[in-house]
Structures are given as structure tokens and as C-alpha cells.
Design a protein around this ligand. Structure first.
Ligand code: SF4
Length: 964
């Protein structure tokens, strides 16, 4: 037992009427005192009275006031303000709790040996063994001098280096007064071991050489290398040297940062391991989930906490796996984050219901619109359907969650009785227990829950001492959170034959055959600790807070070294980010050989490492030899033994089945720009990410412009109207708003008046501006006698064989689908008359010649009652809606099967050239079948900035080692 625990137990046995104030309860009481203090009492600290940090600082000072005496403590505090707050806390502690509480100091000095004689005789044996003491405090001397006579024999080991001679003689005097006979014996130890240890404590003088094996120092490259080297060395010692796991420990002074990493790695190596240090209960995930609903209630049910609860399945009748990204997108889209920050449960419920229902309806409408548009991929439609399904599910599950929260809401409104509060906590705990208790991987969380249940008992004590009956939910939660943040939990039982990962202070008195002291770097050994109530830099007579903490840690390291037969110290050369790191200044005490103590030959230590090594061996063309017993592990990798990564799909049938029979210009152009994007989008059907929250997505924008222009044209022809009239009568605005409505409603953010107005004005202005261009530049705009809009087509390549014989023959079954935006018939220009003018609206990007060439051929192959049978002269171009102009003229002279392009300089090509180009593109897909990223193809360079599949592409390139 730890001596404090021993004293508390024997004192507590005879004082049932009092409660033991451990450091956690002490913090709760201090928090209570500070919380009810006035501005005058706390002075400049008043604004911080609710801060957990201040509570911790004051609690540390109050504990030390007892240990060292109030006067000694006051001399060490920073200033009068610090003294005043500590004195106030000490005074209040006495007044409010004095009679009810005792602490370890009281147990040491107030214990009455006669009162506990019988208890000690029955509870403990006849002999007392005292080990691991460096120096005894005055209170401990009093306690031990009273206790020792109760035992038949006492054996005590003391380290002569650290024992203060004066206090030892005082202790002997106390023992003599109790008629205790003392026999002293000095045990010899090796100078090789003691000299470096003494040097560490003295902190002055020439460095001492580390000889032999007792302390060895290694310098790994970075934390990752350190982790692997240390864990491999541990496993080798167990497997090759026959050590027991329980003989080994890893010691950390940055425990919370790295303990998990070491335990996971050792687990991967199948080494039994326990993380022995204690962690604050507040860091347990199970505990965080448990108090989340109560926190949410106090915070007025903000949407982000509700989403988090849904994500973790809290309050739901059965387990659901939500995709967090989808959930987030849905919450943003439905405007759940836009509501009031705090509200009652009832109001939040109605708000969420209305928003989710509205959103669901709008999503359905949008799906309907998109489904009618040919240019929308099936995969996009499926994604919209999935969104609708998620929205339906969210509507149902959020209803369940908000209903489950009703019990907590009742407390919030009416005030909470402690028992009911505990009952409510238990009801939220039950499902978590089911989730965590039977899961071997979550053993730690199960322990945290067990500790939490114990803590509820402590909460009861605290509430009783504070005399509160009708507590508010806020008050109870504040107490609970203080207890949670100060309570610690062990993650495994104390006696187990496992490698133990320990914080420095716990490693002091645990004897192990070998300890690995890792991250022995400046800033970690010692770690900087601070308490602003204390003077940080002291003088020789009165050391400052930092010096005392440094000294404490130095002594802890000393004790840690004393209690090991061998030690390996590792310090890092650099951080993970490559930043250089200094070794601990304590290393200056020693000189040592800079060999790397951990670098023995490397071999895989886990199945994962074995697979990596095997894979690497094969990739380098080798033939790794593996033992028979591990064959099953590597069997799956053998499947790839003869394959080499390539961007090519070997099997034509695979490409045919992924691509299908129908193609459109958009898909073909995608292939030309970036074959890999074509592969991801068209063949694997991955969805592109797009930010469509505050503006219309490119698809929606395109659909809006096309649909608006179509309906304006239909209206103009039907009414025999002019664009002037359309503009005067605000017809454009009316049409645009009507069409956009379907998209605006699909997202609540867009329905916000300002966002909605901005979007509608943008689209109306663009379209109106374009119509003005047609009105003012009729000739340039090539307005025909008649106009056809939105002419969908679906042509088998075989049906176009007279125009494109190559494609027709080879890929006759392929279907070319699309839509010609507009055809003007009989367009008279100054010098010539065009039978047909084909045009395509462009809302953003500039168009491509290939589209004009292909669409011209398609137009020539179409049979339509409104189109002339044998057009002679056809012009094709793009109508750039935003820029109010046309661009890129292509004139097709059918009698000569020729196309003239307005390139600079002008160029011409025959229909068979167009056929050949299309054939080449199709061959790329079906014959070459190589889908490299555009950015790897030099002449393309990739259009990666706006690519919605950038992440997928980059992760593949990265795992292949870049653009090789
Ligand atoms: S990021 Fe660039 S190279 Fe990769 S798929 Fe997108 S466009 Fe192609």
C-alpha cells in the first residue's frame, strides 16, 4: 500500500462520522467556495472563479499549506493577491467543512495508536515493511513513530544519498521516545551504479561516464522510429531472452500523449501490455457520451450536439450507422445550424421537424427535375436518392432522440432531485454498457464506466456535505464534471504479467528488470509545470515553483532508475514534422557512447509488418522466403505476385461493361481532358464533390439557363412577342425565378432571403443581358426565320455511317446521346444565307471545337419534320450567355463534306477527319484502355484545380509514390 492510503484507511476506520477529502473532493469543495465568493473576497481572481484551472491551482496550494505549514507556503506564493485567495480558501475550508472532513495530513498527525491497535492487529500481519522512501516528512515521522510499536518487527529501507541526516536523527529520537529499538545496516552497492545516480541528483560537477549495461542511451530518428525500435526490443527480450512481460516497463513523462501509441504497437506485436497510468475519467469516450445529453440540455439543445448524439446512436431504439459526412451535409442543407442557439426541447423539436420535412420535400422536387435532364449522370441521381433516404431516416431518428431527451428536459425546467438525476444517468448508461462491456477491445471504456458508477456515490457525499437537497441540473452537472475531470481510472488490473506503460511518478517505486525511459528530450524531462499563484523563480533559500517541480521530477527519475536493474533511455533527434529536438539537459550529467542501443537486426514483428515486408520484397522483384506457419497470412498477397501496377485495364469486357453502350459528348471530352477522371466518374461512377450551398451547382446553373431560355423562346413564339416586351414586363425574372424555385427549395440555406435574392438576381441579370444582345445584334446573333430549341438526339453510330464511316463500322452499336440547344432555320446574313445555324448555350466554360464538329455531323444525320432535307450550308457556334456574345464559328459545306473553322489562322477539315478523331477517342477507351491522370500526361497538364475527384486521385497517386 502507498503510505497515504495506509494512513487514511486506519484513521478512517475509527472516524466513521467524517469523510475523507481526497484531492478530487478537495477540488469540488474549493470550487464551491470560489463559486459562492464575492468580488471583494477574490479580488482580481473574481472573473476566473468558475475556472477549473483556478480551482486546481488553489487546491494545490491548500494541500501544501497543510504539508509544509501555512507560513512556509505563504513565503513561496507570488504576491499578496495570491496569498489572499489561498488564505480565504483555507479559512472557508475550516469554517464550512472543518468538522466533517479529514485528509491525509490529519490522518498522519491525529491518529491515536491505542484506538487502532485492535484493528491493525486484525487487518495486517505482525511485520511491517517500509520501502521506497527517500526522505520522510515531519507528518510521516509522527505517523510512523506511532504505528511501528503496533507491529512486532518493522523493516525499512532508506537511500543514504537522499536521507537528510538531521531529520533522520529527529526520527530516531521519536522512535526512542516510544521505546523502539533501531538496528541499522548499510548495504553495499556497485559504484558503477551509484555514481551516475548521485551525479544526476547533484546537478553539478563534471559529467560521469556510464559504464556497463545499467543505463544505455539510444537516439532514434523520430517518434515513429522510436516507437518501433523500443517495441521490437521489448518483443525480442521476451521471445529471444525469455524475459517475462511483467519484468518490463515503458516510462513516459508525456504519458497522455504517447501511452496509447506504445500500447497499440505492443498489442500489434502481440505482447501483453497494460497502460497502467491513470487517466482522467473525462478522457473516456464512454463517459463523454454518457454526459453528452445532459450537456446538450444545458446548452439549449444546439444542433451540433444533437447531430453528434445521432452520430453515436444515443437515444435511439436500435443501432444505426450514419455516415457523418452525409449527416453534416444534410444538417447544413436543411439549415439545422441556422436556428436559435438555445431553445427548449419542444421548440427545437418543432424546428427540426419543420426544417427536415421541408428539406425532404425540396429534395424530392429536385430529384424530379434532375431526372428529366439527359446530361445528369445516373450516379448523381442515385446520390440524390441516397440523400432523400438519409433525410427520411434522420427525420425518424431525430424524433426518437428528442423524445428520449424529455426526462432531462424535465430536470432542466423543474430542478433535479439527486436520486432522480442518478436514475436518469443510469438509463442513458444502460445502452452504453451493452455497447462497451462485452467488447474486449473496449475494456478500458468498460472500466471507465465502472469508475463512473463509483463516482456517483461520491457525488452523493458531496451533495450531502454541501447541504443541498433540491439541486438544479446545472449545479449537479457542474459538480459531476469537476469530479469527472479530477477522477482517474486505471485501464487494467494492478497484478498482471504484462509490459507496463507508466508515467514517471508511478514508475518510482515499481521495480522492473528493465525500464525503457522514452522521449528523454528537453521540455519533456522535465516537463514544464506551472501554477501562477506561486513565485516561479525563487532564490537559493526559497526555491521557486519551477525549480521545485524540476527537482521533484529529477528525484522521481532517480527513484525510477534505482528501482530497475537495467535502463534504456531514448531521446528523439527530430519531431514527426522534422523539427530538430534537443535531448534533456539532465543527460549532461553523463558521458556515454553514442552507439544505438536498440539497433539489432530488424525483422518483422507482427503479421502486418510481415505482410508489408513481403509485399515490398515482391515489388522489388525478389522471392521472399517465409516459414510454412505464416503461409496463410501472405496467401492473399500472392494473387498479385505476377502483376505490376498499371493504369491499363487488361480485359476489354471489363471496359465494355463499365462504360456501357451509350456515350455523350460530355463524357468523351472528359476522357480527352483526363482519362483517369473519366475512369473514376464514368466507369467507377464516383460522385464529384461540389460546394452547392450558397450558389447553384454547375449542373443546376446549366439546367436553369437552358430551361429559362427555352421557355422564353416558347413564350415569344406563342405570343409573337419581342425581347423588349419580355424585359419590360419582367418576364425574364418571372421565368427564371419559377425555374430556380425547384433548386432553391432543395437547400434551406438558399432559401435565406439574401442568398435567394443573390442567386435569382444573378441568373436573371445574366439571361436578360444575353437577350439584350440578341435584340441589339440580331445579325451577329444569327436569328433565324424559325427557331427550334432543345432538340434531344440518340443516334447509333451505325446510323451515321454515311457521314462517319470508320466509327459506324467499328463501333456501330454505340449510341451517341445528347441535346442540341438551339437550331435557327434560314438565317440570312449580309453575304450568304445559312440553311441551319446550330448553337449551344454556354453558361461558364468556353466551348470546344470537338463538340461543334460532332454536333454538326449529328445534325446532318437527323431526320426531323421541321428541318430542311438537304441543307447546303450550316453554321455552328457557342452562345456565351454570361458574356453576351457568340464564339467559335464552324461552317459546314455539305456538298464538299468540309468544315471551315474560324481558328487563327483559318483551318478546314473533312467529315472523314472528324470521323477519324472520334474513332481515335473510342479506340483510346476500348483498345488502349489506359486511364492515366491528366496531370501525368505532359501535354494536358490536368485541369485539377476544380476537379471534384481531386482527393481520390491524390490518394491513389500518393500511395503509388507520386506520379511514377
Ligand atoms: S485531379 Fe486532375 S488528374 Fe486527378 S482526376 Fe482530377 S483532373 Fe484528373
Amino acid at each position: 500500500m502507498v503510505i497515504d492510503q495506509f494512513a487514511d484507511e486506519v484513521y478512517g476506520h475509527n472516524h466513521h462520522e467524517m469523510i475523507y477529502a481526497d484531492k478530487h473532493l478537495l477540488k469540488v469543495f474549493i470550487a464551491n467556495i470560489l463559486e459562492s465568493a464575492t468580488q471583494k473576497e477574490l479580488g482580481p481572481f473574481y472573473p476566473l472563479k468558475d475556472s477549473l484551472g483556478l480551482v486546481g491551482f488553489v487546491a494545490e496550494a491548500v494541500t501544501q499549506a497543510k504539508d509544509e505549514g501555512e507560513a512556509a507556503l505563504m513565503a513561496r506564493l507570488a504576491n499578496d493577491q495570491a496569498r489572499s485567495i489561498v488564505q480565504f480558501a483555507l479559512k472557508e475550508m475550516k469554517v464550512v467543512y472543518g468538522a466533517n472532513l479529514y485528509d491525509t495530513f490529519d490522518a498522519y498527525v491525529k491518529i491515536d495508536a491505542e484506538e487502532i491497535r485492535d484493528y491493525v492487529a486484525s487487518r495486517f500481519s505482525k511485520r511491517l515493511f517500509l520501502d521506497g522512501f527517500t526522505n520522510l516528512s515531519w507528518a510521516q515521522m509522527i505517523f510512523l513513530s506511532k504505528i511501528m510499536p503496533l507491529f512486532q518487527d518493522t523493516f525499512m529501507t532508506l537511500d543514504p544519498i537522499s536521507v537528510d541526516k538531521d531529520s533522520w536523527s529527529k526520527f530516531l529520537e521519536l522512535l526512542a521516545a516510544k521505546s523502539v529499538e533501531v538496528l541499522e545496516e548499510e548495504l553495499a552497492s556497485s559504484a558503477k551504479v551509484t555514481v551516475p545516480l548521485e551525479r544526476l541528483l547533484s546537478d553539478q560537477g563534471a559529467p560521469v561516464s556510464l559504464e556497463g549495461d545499467f543505463i544505455r542511451v539510444a537516439r532514434p530518428r523520430d517518434p515513429e522510429a522510436e516507437l518501433i525500435q523500443v517495441c521490437r526490443d521489448i518483443k525480442r527480450r521476451i521471445v529471444d531472452d525469455g524475459m517475462l512481460p511483467g519484468e518490463i516497463a515503458v516510462v513516459l513523462n508525456n504519458f497522455s500523449e504517447r501511452a496509447r501509441e506504445f500500447s497499440r504497437k505492443l498489442e500489434e506485436y502481440e505482447v501483453p501490455v497494460k497502460v497502467s497510468g491513470e487517466e482522467p475519467l473525462s478522457s473516456s469516450i464512454a463517459v463523454q457520451l454518457l454526459i453528452l445529453p445532459f450537456r446538450a440540455a444545458l446548452a439549449g439543445y444546439p444542433s451540433h450536439l444533437l447531430i453528434s448524439m445521432l452520430d453515436h446512436g444515443l437515444g435511439l431504439r436500435e443501432a444505426v450507422q450514419f455516415d457523418l459526412d452525409g449527416l453534416e451535409a444534410l444538417a447544413r442543407g436543411a439549415g439545422l445550424y441556422i436556428g436559435p442557439r438555445r431553445s427548449s426541447l419542444q421548440e427545437r423539436r418543432s424546428e427540426w421537424k419543420a426544417k427536415l420535412e421541408g428539406h425532404l420535400e425540396a429534395q424530392k422536387q429536385r430529384l424530379e427535375v434532375l431526372a428529366q435532364d439527359d446530361s445528369v449522370y445516373d450516379i448523381d441521381l442515385q446520390a440524390r436518392e441516397a440523400e432523400i433516404q438519409l433525410c427520411q431516416e434522420m427525420l425518424e431518428k431525430s424524433g426518437q432522440l428528442l423524445e428520449a431527451l424529455q426526462g432531462i428536459e424535465k430536470f432542466r425546467e423543474d430542478g433535479a432531485d439527486l436520486e432522480l438525476f442518478q436514475k436518469e444517468l443510469s438509463s442513458w448508461m444502460e445502452p452504453l454498457k451493452i455497447r462497451f462491456l462485452d467488447n474486449a477491445d473496449l475494456e478500458t471504456e468498460a472500466m471507465a464506466l465502472a469508475k463512473f458508477e463509483e463516482l456517483l456515490g461520491k457525488l452523493k457525499v458531496v451533495v450531502n456535505i454541501m447541504g443541498g437537497k433540491n439541486q438544479t441540473l446545472q449545479g449537479l452537472m457542474a459538480l459531476l464534471e469537476i469530479l469527472i475531470s479530477s477522477e482517474e481510472y486505471r485501464s487494467s488490473p494492478p497484478l498482471a504479467n504484462k509490459v507496463e506503460i507508466l508515467p514517471l511518478h508511478s514508475a518510482r517505486f515499481r521495480h522492473r528488470s528493465i525500464k525503457y525511459i522514452v522521449d528523454f528530450n528537453d521540455g519533456i524531462f522535465p516537463s514544464r509545470r506551472t501554477n501562477p499563484l506561486y513565485s516561479l523563480d525563487g532564490s537559493r533559500e526559497i526555491p521557486g515553483y519551477c525549480q521545485i517541480k524540476e527537482r521533484e521530477q529529477r528525484q522521481a527519475l532517480y527513484s525510477c532508475l534505482c528501482s530497475s536493474s537495467q535502463v534504456v533511455i531514448t531521446y528523439l533527434s527530430a519531431s514527426r514534422e522534422g523539427e530538430l529536438m534537443m535531448p534533456s539537459l539532465w543527460l549532461d550529467s553523463w558521458t556515454f557512447e553514442k552507439t544505438n542501443a536498440l539497433e539489432r537486426e530488424t525483422a518483422p514483428m507482427s503479421s502486418a509488418e510481415l505482410m508489408i515486408q513481403f509485399g515490398r520484397g515482391m515489388a522489388q522483384g525478389g522471392e521472399p522466403v517465409v516459414p510454412e506457419s505464416t503461409q496463410s497470412l501472405i496467401a492473399p498477397l500472392k494473387l498479385y505476385a505476377d502483376s505490376e501496377f498499371s493504369w491499363r485495364i487488361e480485359d476489354l469486357a471489363v471496359v465494355q461493361s463499365l462504360v456501357g453502350r451509350s456515350l455523350s459528348y460530355t463524357r468523351l471530352s472528359e476522357l480527352c481532358k483526363c482519362p483517369f477522371k473519366f475512369f473514376l466518374r464514368r466507369m467507377l461512377r464516383l460522385e464529384e464533390q461540389s460546394n452547392e450551398l450558397y450558389e447553384l451547382s454547375p449542373i443546376e446553373k446549366g439546367i436553369t439557363y437552358h430551361a429559362a431560355l427555352k421557355s422564353l423562346y416558347d413564350w415569344k413564339q406563342k405570343e409573337n412577342a419581342t425581347w423588349d416586351r419580355a424585359i419590360e414586363e419582367c418576364k425574364v425574372k418571372e421565368v427564371v425565378e419559377g425555374i430556380m424555385q425547384r433548386f432553391l427549395a432543395a437547400n434551406t440555406v438558399r432559401l435565406l432571403p439574401s442568398v435567394r435574392r443573390a442567386m435569382a438576381e444573378d441568373a436573371t441579370g445574366t439571361i436578360q443581358g444575353y437577350l439584350e444582345f440578341e435584340r441589339d445584334n440580331a445579325e451577329k446573333a444569327c436569328i433565324g426565320e424559325r427557331t427550334l430549341v432543345e432538340l434531344p438526339f440518340e443516334r447509333r453510330l451505325a446510323d451515321m455511317a454515311c457521314l462517319a464511316s470508320g466509327c459506324g463500322k467499328k463501333y456501330g452499336d454505340m449510341i451517341l446521346r445528347g441535346r442540341i440547344d438551339r437550331i435557327d432555320i434560314n438565317v440570312a446574313q449580309k453575304k450568304k444565307v445559312y440553311d441551319l445555324v446550330l448553337s449551344d448555350y454556354k453558361s461558364g466554360s468556353s466551348g470546344e471545337w470537338d463538340q461543334l464538329k460532332l454536333y454538326t455531323l449529328v445534325l446532318l444525320s437527323l431526320e426531323h419534320k421541321d428541318l430542311p432535307r438537304s441543307p447546303e450550308l450550316i453554321r455552328s457556334f457557342f452562345r456565351k450567355v454570361r458574356e453576351r456574345t457568340i464564339s467559335m464559328n464552324l461552317d459546314a459545306i455539305t456538298s464538299q463534306s468540309r468544315m471551315d473553322l474560324s481558328t487563327r489562322p483559318k483551318s478546314s477539315l473533312s467529315f472523314s477527319d472528324v470521323d477519324r478523331e472520334l474513332l481515335q477517342t473510342l479506340d483510346k477507351i476500348f483498345e488502349q484502355r489506359e486511364f492515366r491522370p491528366g496531370k501525368m500526361i505532359e501535354e494536358k497538364g490536368g485541369d485539377c484545380y476544380f476537379c471534384g475527384l481531386k482527393q481520390n486521385c491524390e490518394s491513389i497517386l500518393n500511395c503509388r509514390g507520386g506520379m511514377q
